[in-house]
Design a protein around this ligand. Structure first.
Ligand SMILES: [Zn+2]
Length: 536
């Protein structure tokens, strides 16, 4: 054997043999899982033996919905999160500092800005950004990734002025005089987003692969051994191909292909005009992603109307017919379809589209994905189960935004539940967990903490505590079920003989600690294909 890990608790995620004491690895694959005494017989003179010393060994975590082509640039963009920034002036000072050290005309990008966490409860205006960065185009991404805040130079480069009409499914916010404020919602951010990403790619050239490799190492340090980029534009695809050509992807990246711009409909993908196939073992594809509803101004919602029937309200990116056509076209081509749905109205449209696609073109295990699934009824969950839909959810949302989803669920009323992971599992739905980073913290153990405790970062009372999930089930959402969502369950997601030896060593067994301690468990080691790629 090449490698044996022994002397701890092995949580295999294999339903038939959930616990073991040791694992043996040969040629990058799991060769044996069992009792320490059994595996000891496999240790030869060349075997590397890792003493787990009572710690826990699990399959590597997967993050099937993560905006990796955004987070990869975090070290070279301005961190606009709260904390550390409590006030707008603090963010503006950070932009000013970035402008001082950047050559004139170079794009400055920021990320993680959450207006509701700032003392002023508002975004910086373009004029405030002009003042601190008059000679640089600036684009600050909202923490939701559904809005950005830009200055005049960025607007000018994108060819947007006060006479530009709002695009479909987007808004250029304006003041009372009709002047652009610099806040761009949804598809209104398409041009600035693409231009700023192109500029970053041009600026770093081939060196962009090193940025991506460093971003992969940050994931490995969190115990994440595979990631799905939840929206790959042509520029992001270029980034990944560059990194893969230089062999700088130390983990598998799965691309969910969108349209020409971040919020553009993925018509080219549905039609087969762009190559979405697997590039290599490390760079996968064959999934189409589309947004059904916006975050701004509001999700696609539906509620019982007092006069009877159902009232649909909020915004939608597509009519049902448009959506059905896109989903069916991609489904016919053999692509997996991932549908972003925040509101229960979006979930309803997604389920209709999946149902029609299956009726026209039946396929076993279509593995449709509904992303977020934040507001839904038990009836919708059962319908999703019957259609073979996978719910790709974000447990950290409970921790960061749980109160907002709870409030919207109350407004919508009826049977709608917020971030209802427990109900989904009870309905028999396949649930996979992810971070949606940078929209929420990336650490899977923080997500597990939120799944189990339903804790919010600011509130004393847990969010919809009846939706809590046990730690073992929660771990399954981050491993085997996430592998299923990425169509990689045959190769990763559990420690079973023949699977790839993607593994993580944790300081404590998550099923044996006080739930309050879950977020304090540390990732000690990470392995990909049997090779140790991270050591704390
Ligand atoms: Zn997302």
């Amino acid at each position: 054997m090449d490698l044996v890990l022994t002397g701890g608790t092995v949580l295999t995620m294999d339903r038939h043999h959930p616990r073991a004491e040791a694992v043996a690895v040969q040629g990058g694959r799991i060769a044996a899982v069992g009792l320490a005494a059994e595996i000891a017989n496999l240790i030869g003179p060349t075997t590397t033996v890792v003493d787990l010393a009572g710690r826990a060994l699990l399959p590597g975590f997967l993050d099937p919905h993560h905006h990796f082509s955004i987070t990869a640039f975090e070290p070279v963009a301005v961190d606009c999160r709260t904390p550390p920034h409590e006030r707008l002036s603090s963010i503006l000072a950070a932009i000013a500092a970035a402008a001082r050290s950047a050559p004139r005309g170079q794009w400055i990008r920021g990320w993680g800005l959450r207006t509701f966490l700032l003392r002023e409860k508002r975004a910086p205006t373009r004029w405030e950004l002009d003042e601190v960065a008059p000679h640089h185009p600036v684009c600050l991404l909202d923490g939701s990734v559904h809005a950005c805040y830009v200055n005049s130079a960025a607007l000018a480069l994108a060819g947007i002025d006060r006479y530009t009409p709002d695009p479909p499914h987007g808004q250029y916010l304006r003041d009372t005089r009709g002047e652009l404020t610099g806040t761009l919602w949804e598809s209104a951010m398409n041009a600035v987003y693409t231009l700023s990403l192109q500029a970053y790619l041009d600026r770093f050239g081939d060196g962009v692969a090193d940025l991506l490799a460093a971003a992969c190492r940050r994931l490995l340090a969190c115990g994440i051994t595979g990631v799905g980029d939840a929206l790959v534009t042509p520029e992001a695809a270029r980034l990944y191909r560059l990194a893969e050509a230089q062999h700088k992807l130390p983990l598998v990246v799965h691309q969910l292909f969108g349209g020409r711009h971040f919020f553009a409909p993925p018509q080219e993908v549905a039609r087969g005009d762009v190559d979405t196939s697997d590039v290599s073992d490390r760079l996968r594809g064959n999934t189409m992603k589309l947004f059904l509803d916006p975050a701004f101004p509001t999700y696609a919602l539906m509620r019982p109307h007092p006069c009877g029937g159902v009232e649909h309200y909020g915004e939608r990116y597509y009519t049902q017919d448009e959506l059905d056509a896109l989903v069916l076209a991609a489904h016919r081509r053999g692509l997996q379809v991932a549908l972003h749905c925040l509101g229960n109205g979006a979930v309803e449209m997604a389920l209709n589209a999946c149902e029609r696609a299956l009726r026209e073109h039946p396929r076993a295990e279509p593995r449709f994905r509904i992303e977020h699934f934040t507001l839904a009824t038990p009836a919708q969950m059962r319908r999703a189960r019957d259609l073979g839909v996978i719910a790709v959810v974000q447990p950290p949302f409970v921790y960061t935004r749980g109160e907002a989803y709870r409030r919207t669920a109350q407004e919508v009323g009826g049977e709608v539940r917020p971030l209802a992971f427990g109900s989904m599992l009870a309905a028999g739905l396949t649930v996979a967990a992810s971070s949606d980073s940078p929209c929420a913290p990336v650490e899977p153990l923080l997500g597990l903490y939120a799944l189990v405790t339903r804790r919010h970062r600011d509130e004393a009372a847990p969010i919809a505590p009846e939706e809590a999930v046990g730690p073992l089930e929660g771990l399954r959402l981050y491993t085997l079920n996430a592998a299923y969502a990425l169509r990689r369950d045959h190769e990763v997601g559990s420690l079973e003989v023949g699977k790839r030896a993607d593994m993580v060593v944790l300081s404590h067994d998550p099923t044996a600690v006080d739930p309050e301690f879950l977020r304090d468990i540390t990732v000690e080691q990470t392995y990909v294909d049997g090779v140790r790629v991270y050591q704390r």
